[in-house]
Write a protein of this length. Structure first.
Length: 370
């Protein structure tokens, strides 16, 4: 497929508009149609697009319009199941935003519906494409730290942003914070370790955020802080440290991979990557007034091919590069529906662990065979 790839955007909220900006910067692609039930969201999206554009209030009209080769689904989490049921019945290429779903049974249904489908189905997991994280993944898979035993991810950030209709204030709409906000971290853990999780233990709560908000007389129930430990069959472990009332952080995201031969660290938004091997770091030295490991290399990592940095340090742009390349050359999706469902399952297991006060096996969450 050498011609311009025509995109349809289903869901024109903040993330839908972010996709529009990335597609505008992408050679050989353009947005030809948008769909959203909110006139205000459609108007905001329309203002970003030059050239011919068709608007639809309902996603089914866009899907049947013959105006698109591919669609991006960026609607609220709880609507993904209905939109995807319709989209999977077409021959359009699909990129669906994370989380894939809010309920396991919906994800299992989507995997079944996609079986035998020739067109691409790709779950958006942009964090793996952030330049220092992508480099961390490459180095880990190349054996830079030896056999990986621990992965630690910390995100200390601001509270959830407002959304149209305030849908993201309630677990029933989002799947819960550890699904909505953190499924991409669980996906990164699986990717870095090259394994599937077997057990989750978590502690978390709603401590500070949204407690004084009311929507139709209801108080939001989304948690704002948690610790999550994920165990793998190999004995490796991963940990998430989430705090959403920590706006005064310098590097809001800190990812660490530790193997038996070395350690990698990736930090955002500074785009910093740190790397050292144990054999080069048997003793510590003092320099510049700071305790620093001997032989630790510190560098800033960026991808010069990125034409639009946007809200995710260029990751969404890279994701669209990979998505369109896969369309043109018949490659498989880099993030499958099965992967998208598995990281949702880890988030749901973490919420169940918080609710019950016990470790939760993934076998309790996913059907047999997963």
């Amino acid at each position: 497929m050498n011609q311009t790839i025509r995109y349809g955007i289903i869901g024109c909220g903040a993330m839908g508009r972010e996709h529009i900006e990335n597609i505008k910067a992408l050679p050989g692609a353009r947005v030809t149609a948008i769909a959203d039930t909110s006139p205000a969201s459609r108007e905001s999206a329309r203002a970003l697009i030059d050239g011919p554009l068709q608007e639809f209030p309902h996603h089914r009209d866009l899907l049947g319009s013959s105006l698109c080769d591919a669609v991006v689904i960026a609607t609220p989490n709880f609507t993904h199941i209905d939109v995807l049921r319709d989209a999977l019945a077409t021959d359009l290429h699909i990129l669906v935003e994370k989380p894939l779903c809010t309920r396991i049974e919906d994800g299992v249904e989507l995997v079944r519906l996609a079986q035998g489908r020739r067109a691409l189905v790709w779950v958006g997991q942009e964090y793996r494409y952030m330049p220092p994280v992508a480099e961390m993944i490459r180095m880990t898979h190349d054996g830079a730290v030896g056999r990986v035993h621990q992965v630690a991810i910390r995100e200390h950030r601001q509270p959830f942003y407002p959304k149209v209709g305030d849908w993201n204030r309630f677990n029933e709409n989002t799947g819960g914070t550890l699904v909505e906000k953190c499924c991409h971290y669980f996906n990164l853990m699986d990717l870095l370790l090259g394994a599937r999780p077997v057990r989750v233990f978590a502690s978390g709560a709603q401590r500070v955020n949204h407690l004084d908000e009311r929507y139709d007389g209801r108080t939001p129930d989304i948690l704002d802080s948690a610790y999550v430990i994920v165990e793998y069959g190999s004995g490796a472990r991963a940990m998430l440290d989430l705090c959403m009332f920590a706006e005064n952080s310098i590097d809001k995201e800190h990812l660490v991979v530790v193997g038996d031969e070395g350690k990698l660290e990736s930090m955002l938004p500074s785009l910093t990557l740190r790397y050292g091997r144990r054999e080069d770091n048997r003793r510590e030295v003092w320099g510049e007034g700071q305790n620093s490991g001997k032989g630790v290399v510190v560098r800033r990592v960026w991808d010069s091919s990125i034409r639009y940095a946007g809200q995710h340090f260029g990751a969404s742009y890279v994701e669209h590069q990979r998505f369109t390349d896969a369309i043109r050359h018949g490659k498989p999706a880099e993030v499958t529906l099965e992967e998208g469902l598995r990281c949702v399952a880890t988030g749901l297991a973490a919420h169940r662990s918080i609710d019950t006060g016990r470790a939760v096996a993934l076998a309790e969450i996913l059907p047999p065979g997963w």
